[in-house]
Design a protein around this ligand. Structure first.
Ligand code: FAD
Length: 312
């Protein structure tokens, strides 16, 4: 009989790991503190003037260098969960109708407990105990598929070696702005600048609405400098930086909301693309073991699943 497996984190790494484990005959359960699929490939639904629109306020697009990720993209593409977005360059894909679409598709095969933050883990001889508030879940094997800083904290007591590796990875913050303008801006669909490291006409992505919707990402330096401001304070500052850097005529937004990614883009930790301790029956995966990209998260999750099954 296969062992029970719990995965903390249902972003791209956790779900890629779950899919591969399922392909190899296992049935993991997943826990994620978010309200639904996304992680850093999040899509925010917003109602503006009585109509719903979606902003991709985390990852903007993804590309594939590795044939294993390319193969996954091809599958999602033929099923309609992703589509090319040529504005970001050749080989760039986005989820449709939102960036989180491929995660939503993968999550449907599993028992994912959304809105469930695991605040502590404890290991005894053959069992992992996952605590969320006053509730405890148990599994024989544990996968930790969360950002490095959070993994370092969660694993400090039970797996200090893995926690130390996670502690080497340093993530940069990113302030994101989701904004709708009443009139079309005289700008190309994508812009790369300094304080505004990235800006994109979200509505130019396939399957989105036709409002003039933009997502702006502040640079790591700008974001770090303004890290503790409130979202309300960030909105006018980022808008002013955007108009100053792009040279577009300033427009009053119809809607504007800021979101802080405290751990947005990671400088990778040294070592393997995934960590597996067969004695502890503990696995760790995430973009931070490979690099700050969606593809990295996918490959880390995939490799972890294969190590688990190969060595278990
Ligand atoms: P995550 O997506 O962070 O998933 C981890 C999950 O764990 C989350 O869903 C979280 O809710 C959950 N979690 C954390 N702690 C707990 C806990 N204690 N209990 C339960 N659940 C928990 N990549 C690209 O390829 N192209 C881009 O253009 C791009 N742009 C980006 C822009 C921004 C602003 C950001 C933030 C990221 C960007 N990235 C981009 C990076 C990309 O989004 C990530 O590399 C990738 O999504 C990471 O996936 P992951 O599964 O490792 O982590």
């Amino acid at each position: 009989m296969s062992k029970s497996i719990a995965i903390i984190g249902a972003g791209m790494a956790g779900l890629a790991c779950a899919m591969e484990l399922a392909r190899l005959g296992h049935r993991p359960m997943l826990f994620d503190k978010g309200r639904g699929p996304g992680g850093r490939m999040a899509t925010r639904r917003v109602e503006i003037d009585g109509a719903e629109t979606r902003f991709d306020h985390g990852a903007q697009y993804f590309t594939a260098r590795d044939p294993r990720f390319l193969h996954a993209i091809e599958g999602w593409h033929s099923a309609g969960y992703v589509a090319p977005w040529p504005a970001a360059g050749e080989g760039a894909f986005v989820g449709t109708p939102g960036m989180n679409a491929p995660l939503r598709q993968m999550a449907q095969f599993f028992n994912v407990q959304w809105g469930m933050e695991i605040d502590a883990v404890l290991h005894d001889i053959h069992t992992w105990h996952l605590r969320t508030g006053t509730t405890i879940f148990r599994a024989q094997q544990l996968v930790c598929a969360i950002p490095a800083e959070q993994a370092a904290k969660l694993l400090a007591k039970e797996a200090p070696d893995f926690a130390a590796i996670a502690g080497q990875a340093k993530s940069q913050p990113c302030w994101a702005l989701m904004v709708r303008f009443g009139a079309k801006l005289d700008l190309a669909d994508c812009f790369r600048g300094e304080d505004i490291a990235w800006a994109a006409r979200n509505s130019s992505k396939p399957g989105r609405g036709d409002g003039e919707d933009w997502v702006l990402h502040a640079s790591p330096a700008w974001s770090a400098q303004h890290l503790e401001l409130s979202p309300e304070e960030i909105v006018p500052l980022l808008l002013a930086a955007f108009f100053a850097e792009t040279g577009a005529a300033a427009e009053e937004p119809v809607h504007a909301a800021a979101h802080r990614w405290r751990y947005a883009m990671v400088e990778r930790a040294e070592g393997s693309p995934a960590l597996w301790d067969p004695a502890l029956e503990l696995g760790v995966c995430g973009d931070w073991l490979v690099g700050p990209r969606v593809e990295s998260a996918f490959l880390s999750g995939l490799e972890l699943a294969q190590s688990m099954v190969g060595n278990a």
